[in-house]
Ligand binder design. Structure first.
Ligand SMILES: CC(C)NC[C@H](O)COc1ccc(S(N)(=O)=O)cc1
Ligand SMILES: [Zn+2]
Length: 258
């Protein structure tokens, strides 16, 4: 899907790159007063198996922690999801400075970083790459990160980052349980959206956790010391890897009342 070169719909600002005919792009600003409390939204059921954790990869956009999705051990279901979705990878978005970094915002409040846990609908599709191009193909859980106490669970991940400093570097990474990054409060917002990086397909059910997790300045600095560029090329720090916000258009954000 090429970025649209055709005339934008009237209500589009010209500076927004809008997927051709896109009507459900991500990220968005979530305005809590306009969200709809939906009593039918059940709690999410999240269960991850740390032995499914395989490796960390710097793909030039972010660093991805990738999971073995050949079994059914690391899955999310419930909430707004009709099926169970398998964890494929998680990654983060962050800023060069603490006043920016998250992709979603809450009443325009920005967080310094945002975690995305990317799952695909294994009941309807055979592979992740098939699911990303399909309706109801993906479920991404977004968790905001705010600066405060060091996050002990995250430190194992932070210690591995120097090994993936350069674009296209990969390092083995095992026995990490992403559950340690899920807030204890399971309240969330949910809305239909898209991938926030190419191919920006409109295949994502977003589940944004209401409460942030905390992590330390040194841990955020470790994210910022990664590079967008491969070994041997000009050093460009991997920072500000978040997409600009997209119009809500004809969508409603639903909220839990847990
Ligand atoms: C082979 C190509 C199509 N693969 C594309 C790549 O996996 C894109 O995957 C993703 C997965 C998640 C996201 S986000 N930031 O919305 O959570 C963005 C791109
Ligand atoms: Zn992301």
């Amino acid at each position: 899907l090429a970025c649209s070169q055709t005339a934008k719909p009237a209500n589009q600002q010209s500076w927004q790159t809008q997927i051709q005919g896109g009507s459900r792009q991500s990220p968005i600003d979530i305005r809590s007063s306009e969200s709809v409390h939906d009593p039918q939204l059940t709690p999410l059921s999240i269960s991850y198996d740390p032995s499914d954790c395989l490796q960390i990869w710097n793909n030039g956009d972010s660093f991805l922690v990738e999971f073995d999705d050949s079994k059914d051990n690391s899955v999310v279901s419930g909430g707004p999801l009709e099926n169970h979705y398998k964890l494929k990878q998680f990654h983060f978005h962050w800023g060069a400075e603490n006043n920016r970094g998250s992709e979603h915002t809450i009443n325009s409040l920005v967080y310094p970083a945002e975690l995305h846990l990317v799952h695909w609908n294994a009941e309807k599709f055979r592979t992740f790459d098939e699911a990303i191009f399909s309706e109801n193909g993906l479920a991404v859980i977004g968790v905001f990160l705010k600066l405060g106490r060091k996050h002990d669970g995250l430190q194992k991940l932070v210690n591995a980052l120097p090994a993936v400093k350069y674009k296209d570097s990969t390092v083995e990474f095992s026995n990490f349980n992403p559950s340690c990054m899920i807030p204890s409060c399971l309240d969330y917002w949910t809305y239909p959206g898209s991938l926030t990086t190419p191919p920006q397909t409109e295949s994502v059910t977003w589940v944004i956790m209401k409460k942030p997790i905390e992590f330390g300045d040194d841990q955020l600095s470790a994210f910022r010391s990664l590079l967008f560029t491969p070994f041997g090329e000009k050093l460009e720090n991997m920072v500000d890897n978040f997409r600009q916000q997209q119009p809500l258009m004809n969508r409603v954000v639903r909220a839990t009342i847990l």
